[in-house]
Design a protein around this ligand. Structure first.
Ligand SMILES: CC(=O)SCCNC(=O)CCNC(=O)[C@H](O)C(C)(C)COP(=O)(O)OP(=O)(O)OC[C@H]1O[C@@H](n2cnc3c(N)ncnc32)[C@H](O)[C@@H]1OP(=O)(O)O
Length: 402
């Protein structure tokens, strides 16, 4: 039976997740899942009184080009191993999309191959940094200001102020309610992966205004050659270039450490452009945020564009029929005044809804999708014009795995 969950399904949901993800050990008593779970947004399948499948959603906003909009943050997608490959996920995900009030959904995939068939496109890459910190120094001149050490959970108010200030400009970042902050800073022992308790360092400008912070752990290490600690960066959030540079200068000079490791970075992480020896940043790129456009005209008019454009898109969508067809996207001068209406005329481009989604955050050029054979051009210059308009000066990334 397919239905939405209630609070009574809590244990069943936890059990289904632990089983599908192969989690070991018992449930930690300080687990903070309850702070953020939204039972009525969990689409579940029940069989013989057991939860055997689930697709969850967190109701959060996300920064997209020029706006912060509601985006269904899809999470906790599981099917019990004995029930897989019988279409349960397809049923649950269809139900979730039908019910979603949001025009757009996003998720982190456990395996990239799962979601493309459901119209998801890879909208933001995820870069993991594994830097040899002794080879690196920040070239920006030192900025006046001070660093202050703190315990993250004790300075949530200050962290959240900086985060809210930065959010609209960092495409792909998600809004954080008070409950999310408590969840993210809870710092359970079971989630430290051998590292110390989480630490925070805040950068204050000479007027005493907190302009940025870093959250990190130290992973201890020692061998025959001496110390080899790892600085495990959870996140760096900075409202100014000075704060950003000073925070990384600090993280790269922590005594006894040899490496700095950070996931959830952007392809165009400013740090890459601030180092004396960028090659030693040791970047590895993979898929990050996958996006699904659920309501095409609503989604395309919710964001802003980098340039004016007038283009007719022929869109295929095998799941959401109302998205399929010809759409005229018009963007006026200054990238504002956006309309997206059904079109009768000739199409300029043909593409699948997954490619609209891939381009949605401005991080995947339609030109690259054309080279990959995914976008077809029917009017010369249409891809270049649309690619420029869909692009954005800041490359998207997601700062946290939800
Ligand atoms: C946002 C997140 O939470 S990501 C986490 C995803 N969950 C996991 O990785 C946990 C372990 N895996 C599982 O629980 C399950 O395998 C799921 C949820 C991924 C898939 O559930 P299922 O019920 O088996 O999927 P379903 O039967 O609806 O499959 C639909 C289609 O996707 C394909 N598919 C589903 N999962 C996978 C996979 N992991 N690899 C390859 N193909 C897959 C199926 O073959 C099927 O293809 P078809 O439409 O061409 O026939």
């Amino acid at each position: 039976m397919l239905r939405t969950a209630t609070a009574d399904d809590r244990d069943g949901l936890v059990k289904a997740r632990r089983e599908a993800f192969g989690m070991t050990g018992s449930v930690s008593p300080d687990e903070t899942f309850h702070l953020v779970v939204e039972f009525d947004r969990n689409h579940i399948v029940e069989h013989d009184g057991q939860v055997v499948g689930a697709v969850g959603v967190f109701t959060r906003d996300m920064a997209v080009p020029g706006a912060v909009i509601p985006v269904a943050h899809v999470t906790g997608v599981v099917v019990s191993p004995v029930h897989t490959r019988r279409g349960l996920l397809r049923r649950m995900i269809t139900d979730q999309m039908d019910a979603a009030p949001e025009a757009v959904a996003a998720l982190w995939a456990s395996e990239g191959r799962i979601y493309q068939r459901f119209g998801y496109g890879m909208a933001a890459q995820n870069v993991t940094i594994r830097a040899d910190r002794r080879e690196l120094s920040v070239t920006a001149p030192p900025a006046p200001g001070t660093l202050r050490a703190a315990v993250p959970s004790e300075v949530v108010e200050e962290l959240s102020q900086v985060y809210s200030r930065v959010l609209p400009t960092r495409i792909g970042w998600s809004s954080r309610s008070e409950a999310w902050w408590r969840h993210l800073t809870a710092d359970q022992e079971s989630r430290r992966d051998g590292g110390t308790a989480a630490r925070a360092v805040l950068f204050e400008n000479p007027d005493g205004v907190v302009e940025g912070y870093a959250r990190f752990r130290i992973k201890p290490g020692w061998d025959d050659n001496g110390p080899k600690q790892e600085v495990n960066v959870i996140e760096v959030v900075a409202a100014t270039t000075a704060a950003y540079a000073e925070l990384y200068r600090f993280l790269l000079r922590i005594d006894l450490s040899r490496s700095l490791v950070q996931g959830c970075s952007s392809v165009d992480e400013p740090l890459f452009h601030m180092l004396n020896e960028p090659r030693h940043l040791g970047r590895r790129a993979g898929d990050g945020l996958w996006v699904r456009v659920i309501d095409l005209p609503r989604a395309l008019t919710a964001r802003r564009y980098a340039a004016p454009v007038d283009v007719v898109l022929e869109v295929t969508d095998s799941m959401i029929k109302t998205n399929a067809g010809r759409w005229r996207l018009r963007v006026g001068a200054g990238g504002a005044l956006v309309t997206c209406t059904p079109a009768d005329g000739e199409a300029d481009l043909t593409l699948d809804i997954a490619d609209v989604a891939a381009a949605y955050l401005g991080g995947t050029p339609l030109g690259a999708l054309q080279l990959a054979g995914r976008v077809r051009e029917h009017r010369p210059g249409a891809v270049a014009a649309a690619s420029t308009a869909f692009g954005w000066p800041v490359t998207p990334n997601s700062i946290e795995i939800f």
